[in-house]
Ligand binder design. Structure first.
Ligand SMILES: Nc1nc2c(ncn2[C@@H]2O[C@H](COP(=O)(O)OP(=O)(O)OP(=O)(O)O)[C@@H](O)[C@H]2O)c(=O)[nH]1
Ligand SMILES: [Mg+2]
Length: 245
């Protein structure tokens, strides 16, 4: 449970995001009114992202040469000093000016994780394939893990650092975001959402491989069920947490 803020560590994975990263980090620096550190974990970008981050006086830069979204985030989280971690992409698609809202909701609800959901966005900026894939994954996840999330694939989240340290996380790529939700549901951590808007990518290429990621995400949800009693444990946690949301 997170009821107070000592320091917020914002962890941003980047791979060739030169046209997006500066706006993302300057907005976070300006909008996030709590004590903070901004950690950019770069995968050895070749388009100038590293130089842009170095030129800011307020970002910590970590180079993580191993490929993978999950690996980059885990490396950033290992180096984070804050009691709250906010993870967000460096690609300019998430509405980072809503960052305070995630933290405020976390405190208000005494939550372990707050996700920014893009599913109520009137602009509908998400591509159709991603939208349908996300809907299916989210439906399956909610059903089997007794949750009521609307956007399990949101990469914009505020998370209790203590809670993160308490669960095993091994996924190296995009399935990392789902693995976190699986592990949190199993422990009974309280997860809530706030609505946000979303923008299409303006610069650079997506690193998402929908087919590969889809298989990894479904196998992560399935693996989470190999322990005996997952369904019963998650239902029990749901009953305990239902009025906290
Ligand atoms: N350090 C590092 N960052 C990565 C890697 N792969 C992706 N990223 C970053 O992780 C974030 C998420 O990747 P995206 O390509 O935006 O994936 P997505 O959000 O599913 O796809 P979009 O629809 O294009 O936004 C972005 O900021 C990427 O630059 C990697 O291997 N290493
Ligand atoms: Mg993205």
């Amino acid at each position: 449970m997170t009821s107070k803020v000592d320091l917020i560590s914002v962890v941003i994975p980047t791979l060739n995001e030169a046209g997006n990263i500066l706006e993302a980090v300057t907005t976070i620096e300006k909008e996030l009114t709590y004590p903070k550190e901004i950690i950019v974990v770069d995968g050895n970008s070749t388009d100038g992202t590293i130089e842009i981050v170095k030129d800011t006086s307020f970002c910590k830069l970590i180079i993580e040469p191993r490929r993978g979204y999950g690996i980059a985030l885990r490396t950033g989280m290992k180096n984070a000093k804050g009691n709250i971690i906010v993870m967000v992409d460096g690609d300019g698609t998430y509405e980072v000016r809503h960052i305070n809202r995630l933290v405020e909701r976390m405190i208000e609800k005494d939550a372990d994780m707050v996700l920014a959901t893009r599913m109520y966005d009137p602009n509908k900026a998400m591509g159709l394939l991603n939208f349908i894939g996300n809907k299916v994954i989210t439906y399956v996840y909610d059903f089997f893990y007794s949750q009521f999330l609307s956007d399990t694939q949101s990469g914009f989240r505020a998370i209790s650092h203590e809670a993160i340290d308490n669960v095993p996380l091994k996924e190296g790529d995009m399935a990392f975001a789902t693995e976190m939700l699986v592990q949190f549901a199993k422990v009974g951590y309280n997860m809530v959402e706030i609505p946000t808007t979303y923008k299409a990518r303006k610069y650079g290429k997506t690193k998402l491989k929908p087919f590969k990621s889809g298989i990894e995400i479904f196998s992560t949800m399935f693996k989470g069920f190999l322990d005996a009693d997952t369904l019963r444990t998650c239902q029990k946690h749901w009953k305990e947490n239902r009025f906290k949301r």
